[in-house]
Structure formats: C-alpha cells, structure tokens
Write a protein of this length. Structure first.
Length: 174
C-alpha cells in the first residue's frame, strides 16, 4: 500500500513513506525498499537491531489488536507510528492513539491510515493523530474541512485536556 498524499498538520503533502506488510497476503520483504519505510509491529520486534541500523528512517504501524506498549522505549526513537484502520467502523485505533500519547508519552508523528475518511478526522485529531492517510477513493483536499467540523469542544481530550466547563469557570473567576 503506498498512498501518494497525506494530510499532515492541516496540509495535504506528498507521502514519502512506504508501507510494507499491510495486505494480508503481503509478506515483509527480506530487503526493505530504500527511503522511509513503515513496518508492522511484529517485524519491528523480529528485526529491531537491523531496522535501527538502517540509514533511512523507519516507522512502525500497528494493527487494531496490537499493544502499543510492546514498543517500549523504542517508540521514542521512531519518527512515525501509524495506526491501521481496516474499516471505518473499527474504533480501536482511537484508543491506541490515546494510549500512545497519554500513557506512553509519544511525541512523534502519529498517523491514521486505512479506511479513513473526512468524518473521522476531527475525532482522530482529538485523540492525538496529527497526520492522516485516507482511503484511496477519498480526496484528501476535500477532506481537510473535516479537521474543523466543530468549533467548540465540550469534553477534554488529548488535543485539549481541559473541558469547556472548566475553561468557563476559570474565565469567570475573579
């Protein structure tokens, strides 16, 4: 799977990353392609030392049932962690993003990819995603508006931990 464009920090950009091992029948090649590459968590665990020694950047992508904590302290050395959404109705990736950001303190780029569409972008951003690789049949330029679907957020989340009622109380305090 090689998306050509991604939404990163509110802009549509060319995607330099190559994804490997995403399709069920696709094996991760013994020799990885040149340039930035995203490998499955299982491949990272099996080939960690080799991947760390690579000259080109390496990131890890997580399946919905992968445990993000399995990356341990290695996650802080990764420039990109991507979370796979196999279908738009599978919400486990939202929890994975929150765990990576809050529990594990991951500060690098966090990408949602797979069956991702405009209607999900606002909520994925709230959970900590800062880049999005949409499903191939979706136009990232048209989807940008999904990042600003709502102007007021009532609940606290990863992107803004303070809930609205606390902000209002602080503003009203003498």
């Amino acid at each position: 799977m090689q998306p050509e464009r991604v939404i990163r920090h509110g802009r549509v950009e060319h995607d330099a990353w190559t994804y490997v091992g995403v399709a069920a029948e696709e094996a991760v090649p013994a020799t990885l392609p040149r340039g930035p590459v995203l490998v499955p968590l299982a491949t990272w665990k099996e080939r960690r030392d080799e991947l760390l020694a690579r000259r080109d950047p390496v990131g890890v992508w997580l399946k919905p049932d992968d445990e993000p904590g399995d990356l341990g302290n290695d996650m802080h050395a990764l420039p990109l962690i991507a979370v796979f959404f196999p279908k738009f109705t599978d919400g486990r990736g939202y929890s994975t993003a929150v765990l990576l950001r809050r529990r594990h303190g991951y500060r690098g780029e966090l990408r949602a990819f797979g069956d991702v569409g405009r209607d999900q972008l606002f909520y994925q951003k709230r959970c900590g995603f800062d880049s999005f690789s949409l499903a191939p049949h979706r136009d990232p330029e048209a989807a940008l508006a999904g990042l600003a679907t709502f102007s007021v957020r009532y609940q606290g989340s990863v992107d803004d931990p303070l809930p609205l009622f606390r902000k209002r109380a602080a503003a009203a305090a003498p």
